[in-house]
Write a protein that binds this ligand. Sequence first.
Ligand code: SF4
Ligand code: SF4
Length: 321
Amino acid sequence: MDNSLSRKIHDMAIECGYDGCGIIPLSALEGYKERFDERLAKTPGSEMVYGKLYELLTNTQELFPWAKSIIIGTIWMGKYRYPASLQGKYAKGFFLSVDTVPESPEYKKKIRFESWMREQGIKFAGGEENAPGMLLPLRQAAVAAGLGIFRQNNFFYGPKGSYYELVGYLTDRECEYINECKVRPCPPKCGLCRKACKTHALFEPYTMHPLSCVSFWTTFGGGVVPPHLQEADFGTWICGCDACQDACPHNRHDWTVGESFYGLDELTELLEPNNIIAAPAEELRDRVIPKTAMHIPPDKVDILRICAERSMKNEAAAARQ
Ligand code: SF4
Ligand code: SF4
């Protein structure tokens, strides 16, 4: 184990703008397979959504024979304010991701971290955010690195809540840097996240059925409401869903304060549901799709329109009640 390199990697990650950084040996993920098997057994049909994650969790070493450890970094999104008109419609985890703004200083710092690793002769793969192209089970790695815990709503929580962007790298070095985690577990009787989940995707602690999740259906699921769910239960969400995170007392945060996120204020008008419906496909493809952090492909702008229409309908229905 190279302790001095472990410390150097950690310190450089912090210098490059990460809020936290940990390093785990690949073997640290082994314990998660059993838990994942239990979860799949409770959520029939979810293999089609979780298949890739399962493969990564169980076969990382086979997929990357040269890999010895995982570096995991956290970036807290709460330093940015989030426009009120986007609340309840667009998931903060997508629209506040610095990976959607390659020209931002924060993104450039991440690239600087990668350049530094290359200069040190460290072989690595990854760098993806928690998005479809990922190479790593990021939440599990972050928990194993002592950066936070899983809460009952299945999200990773660090010291400031769940709105963290996670970035992971497989490396060829035998390194380890485990943080002392001081995040306290959920009060056993809380359950506010489950109450906030109108589609009952969160049906028991630490268990979520992705095929009942609004976040899935408003992105990868194509915008439609499947037969077993009600249109009204999708509320005003257009892309993603933050309901179970926003209901959580550990996410109390004033989103009206903070730095403006790159270009987001300028986009709020276009993101109004009626404008999403009316906008030309090219405008949605060029200005909105990149903000979804790879959750909607560029040729699927109709997903946005379908969800915007439903959002308006549900908002009007709620106003009549
Ligand atoms: S993201 Fe929305 S639909 Fe999915 S589990 Fe959370 S509250 Fe339920
Ligand atoms: S709402 Fe309550 S039960 Fe759910 S994750 Fe937060 S603290 Fe845990």
